[in-house]
Design a protein around this ligand. Structure first.
Ligand SMILES: Cc1cc2nc3c(=O)[nH]c(=O)nc-3n(C[C@H](O)[C@H](O)[C@H](O)COP(=O)(O)OP(=O)(O)OC[C@H]3O[C@@H](n4cnc5c(N)ncnc54)[C@H](O)[C@@H]3O)c2cc1C
Length: 306
């Protein structure tokens, strides 16, 4: 399905505003003095669900009370063949006793994680980075989240919490995937579209057919909604994060309105032409004296939208 737009016309539930948003920047996971240290906590895998091709949502439960939020990064460990495989993963959702991570199967560790049985024993630890909601500048009334791949998971968890906590916040998501089958977490997207039809909008941008999240069509849709009170959260492939970070800076977006999280390709050099394109689109949208007309993202070249 391509270039499909369906605006969902259901009534939405607004909840009482709560001042949960504060300005703070993300931080790097690795300390310069070596790998991050953490106490190991036991956990049990209570769900392992395929949420898109090669993408799994893992839910871990612990008897130790938890205080995670979407965007926190933790160290996740699983034993295979007598070896503890470990790596950093980002919390998509959390309760007092469980947390969800969405993983993409790309190598030995993620293959083992994705094949793990419900009931298997795991370890985790640490609480790194600032959760997405706490990085959002207090003056922001819209958050544009740009994600690639499984970076979509924490974005959706953030949207669920933030839209429930404040009735004047809007969330726009550009979720980049390589193929249509790679699109993940559609159920969560649909729930958000139905619950917050006026405050949540999401476009899937499929790079194999329509270009990346920095394609002219995708940028035009961001320019149509972004203004001086728009916060940007960038998460996933470093190639995208670095290009957008540079483009937003060149477009005059203040540093406190940008937060980032990079999963891989940290050192990818931004393409100057793409940076210029992002900057031009953002400048066009940030007409502070006369804000652009707001509304749903309605067009994405070749994108798929629920
Ligand atoms: C702060 C931080 C948070 C992270 N959070 C998540 C998360 O929530 N979900 C998640 O799936 N991964 C996440 N990662 C990546 C994760 O830690 C592993 O690198 C990943 O699971 C690959 O490990 P592997 O051993 O299976 O494959 P490897 O052999 O280590 O990697 C194979 C290739 O896949 C690339 N790659 C790594 N991660 C991804 C990915 N997510 N999607 C596509 N390609 C990738 C690598 O660049 C490499 O070229 C995060 C990384 C960091 C630094």
């Amino acid at each position: 399905m391509r270039a499909v737009l369906a605006l969902l016309g259901f009534a939405h539930a607004l909840r009482a505003p709560q001042p949960v948003l504060r300005a703070r920047r993300s931080s790097a996971l690795s300390a310069s003095g070596g790998p991050p240290q953490y106490d190991k906590v036991d956990a049990t895998l209570v769900a392992n669900e395929v949420v898109g091709r090669g993408s799994h949502l893992l839910r871990l439960e612990s008897e130790t009370p938890l205080e995670y939020k979407p965007g926190h990064v933790l160290a996740l460990e699983f034993e295979e063949g007598g070896e503890w495989l470990k790596g950093p993963y980002t919390v998509s959702r959390a309760s007092e006793s469980t947390f969800d991570v969405v993983i993409r199967v790309v190598g030995k560790k993620s293959e083992a994680y994705a094949a793990a049985a419900v009931g298997s024993k795991w370890r985790f630890g640490g609480k790194f980075h600032v959760p997405i909601s706490e990085g959002i500048a207090a003056r922001a009334d819209r958050v544009v989240c740009v994600s690639t791949g499984t970076g979509f998971g924490p974005v959706l968890g953030f949207a669920e919490d933030a839209l429930a906590a404040a009735d004047d916040l809007k969330v726009t998501v550009l979720a980049g995937f390589r193929e249509v089958d790679d699109v993940c977490c559609k159920d969560a997207v649909q729930r958000l579209c139905v619950t917050y039809p006026d405050r949540f909008e999401c476009a899937y941008v499929v790079s194999s057919s329509s270009g990346r999240v920095s394609s002219p069509g995708a940028l035009a849709s961001v320019a149509a909604v972004a203004d001086a009170k728009t916060h940007f959260h960038l998460i996933g492939n470093g190639a995208m994060v670095n290009e957008w970070t540079a483009g937003l800076k060149a477009g005059g977006v203040p540093e406190d309105l940008v937060t980032t999280e990079t999963y891989f390709n940290h050192k990818d050099e931004p393409d100057a032409a793409v940076v210029d394109r992002i900057a031009a689109a953002i400048i066009a949208g940030r007409v502070d004296v006369s804000p652009p007309q707001r509304g749903a993202v309605t067009q994405l070249e070749g994108g798929v939208m629920i």
